[in-house]
Design a protein around this ligand. Structure first.
Ligand code: SF4
Length: 91
């Protein structure tokens, strides 16, 4: 079975590097992720599984949140972007 984990460049490096909350060297992790052939499926896995911690697919937790917001915005029909006030409107 073809699994993106088989080509993961992070294999062989200390796992803690991908977890800044564990004192990881996430800048090194991001650098390694940038060259990883499994970057896309890795990121998709983290998004699908709603993984909160660590660096996945070259994005930190904050980076994945931003990516999710961007992707959610793309799903809206053209010209139907909500104004900030609309999002908090009580019906
Ligand atoms: S993108 Fe980063 S975290 Fe994901 S498999 Fe590749 S090296 Fe590992």
């Amino acid at each position: 079975m073809d699994d993106w984990r088989d080509d993961a460049l992070c294999r062989g490096f200390p796992q803690a590097w991908w977890f800044p909350e564990q004192g990881g060297q996430f800048r090194t992790a991001l650098w390694i992720c940038a060259a990883c052939p499994s970057r896309e499926p890795c990121l998709q896995f983290a998004l699908d599984e709603k993984i909160v911690h660590g660096v996945w697919g070259g994005l930190t937790e904050a980076g994945r949140r931003s990516h999710r917001r961007k992707m959610a915005g793309r799903g809206r029909p053209e010209g139907k972007q909500p104004r900030p006030a609309d999002e908090h409107q009580v019906i």
